[in-house]
Design a protein around this ligand. Structure first.
Ligand code: SF4
Ligand code: SF4
Length: 195
């Protein structure tokens, strides 16, 4: 992608904000491209549809062109699989950077056209995790269907998933030491890291 460095497009504060929210040092990225080479969405021949390779999102942030990164489809089409994170030789958690950008884009009301219900799903997903500390699929899918105006979407799949134990009627807390929501755990962990 060819980027023009016009003074009025520069938003260096976005870099600081992304680093603060993600806890990552975006400036550590040296553009080796290993993240992009391993990204299953970007390399999907059937049209992953990302408009920027993930490493270029990092470069835009480094150059102060955060606005372009915030407006990209890439941040929304990222599946959060963390393959990029595992491959990065600089130990940059790019999946967290993408998540920080999505949160910032939502906050600023920026959503590129043609994304359908992806931003809605993201918003409901984060709310669900914040509330229960882990995913409560039943509520997530119910709310998603309701707000996306497709109340019976995947309705017939629910009984099969339920009987296979893949869908709980109530939120579960198995595997967690406390009922404290995961976001608070993460906040606490970051605080400890800084001390
Ligand atoms: S793998 Fe890491 S260092 Fe390499 S381009 Fe991606 S984020 Fe940057
Ligand atoms: S977390 Fe997102 S950017 Fe990284 S490899 Fe997965 S889909 Fe690609």
């Amino acid at each position: 992608m060819k980027a023009v460095l016009a003074a009025d497009a520069l938003r260096p504060e976005t870099l600081a904000e992304v680093e603060r929210r993600s806890g990552q040092h975006v400036r550590e990225c040296y553009q080796c491209g290993k993240c992009t080479a391993g990204c299953p969405i970007f390399s999907d021949p059937d049209g992953g549809d990302m408009d920027l390779p993930p490493n270029q999102v990092m470069r835009l942030l480094q150059l102060g062109l955060g606005e372009t990164a915030l407006r990209s489809r890439t941040i929304w089409l990222c599946a959060g699989c963390a393959t990029c994170t595992a491959r990065c030789p600089r130990e940059v958690d790019l999946a967290s950077v993408m998540e920080a950008l999505r949160v910032m884009a939502l906050k600023e009301g920026i959503t590129p056209a043609g994304l359908g219900n992806i931003p809605l799903f993201n918003k409901l997903f984060l709310k669900n995790i914040r509330r229960y500390g882990r995913l409560y699929e039943m509520e997530l899918m119910g709310k998603f269907n309701m707000f996306s105006l497709q109340p019976f979407k995947d309705f017939l799949k629910a009984p099969g998933l339920f009987f296979k134990g893949r869908l709980g009627l109530l939120p579960g807390f198995k595997g967690r030491k406390t009922g404290v929501p995961a976001f608070e755990d993460a906040r606490e962990a970051r605080k400890l890291e800084r001390e």
